[in-house]
Design a binder for this molecule. Structure first.
Ligand SMILES: [Zn+2]
Length: 132
């Protein structure tokens, strides 16, 4: 599952991973993109595996905040990098169809672990690179 980093010790970012989930309150679709960053500590993981993590948790009924945290937590636990950052930007069917009609609005959630939580410069580098 893991490859050695060959000395690579900068942030790795996988952005614009499309996902679809369903809001557990309204059973309405949550559609958006996940952005994952991590700072490797000795090993890296294939990008398809990161995308699969997103799909695995998105497949359940969710709230976006929990989905964000679950993705970050499992990557931290399995890969054990210096830190993980997960940002989700999504539109909620329950916002666009249930009488609220806020078309075009989206919700952004983030979960920062390790160095992304502790180090403002690292977090800033990641967020600036996303440009969302
Ligand atoms: Zn909802």
């Amino acid at each position: 599952m893991f490859d050695e980093t060959a000395g690579y010790d900068e942030i790795i970012t996988l952005r614009d991973i499309p996902f679809q989930s369903f809001c557990e309150h309204h059973l309405a679709p949550i559609t958006g993109f996940a952005h994952i960053g991590y700072l490797p500590k000795g090993r890296v993981v294939g990008i398809s595996k990161l995308a699969r993590v997103v799909d695995t948790f998105a497949r359940r009924l969710q709230i976006q905040e929990r989905l964000t945290a679950q993705i970050a937590d499992v990557i931290q636990k399995v890969l054990q990098p210096e830190g993980v950052a997960v940002v989700l930007k999504a539109t909620h069917g329950c916002m666009t169809t249930r009488g609220v009609h806020k078309h075009g609005s989206s919700m952004v959630t983030s979960k920062m672990l390790g160095c992304f939580r502790d180090n403002a410069a690292t977090r800033h580098e990641f967020m600036t690179g996303l440009n969302i």
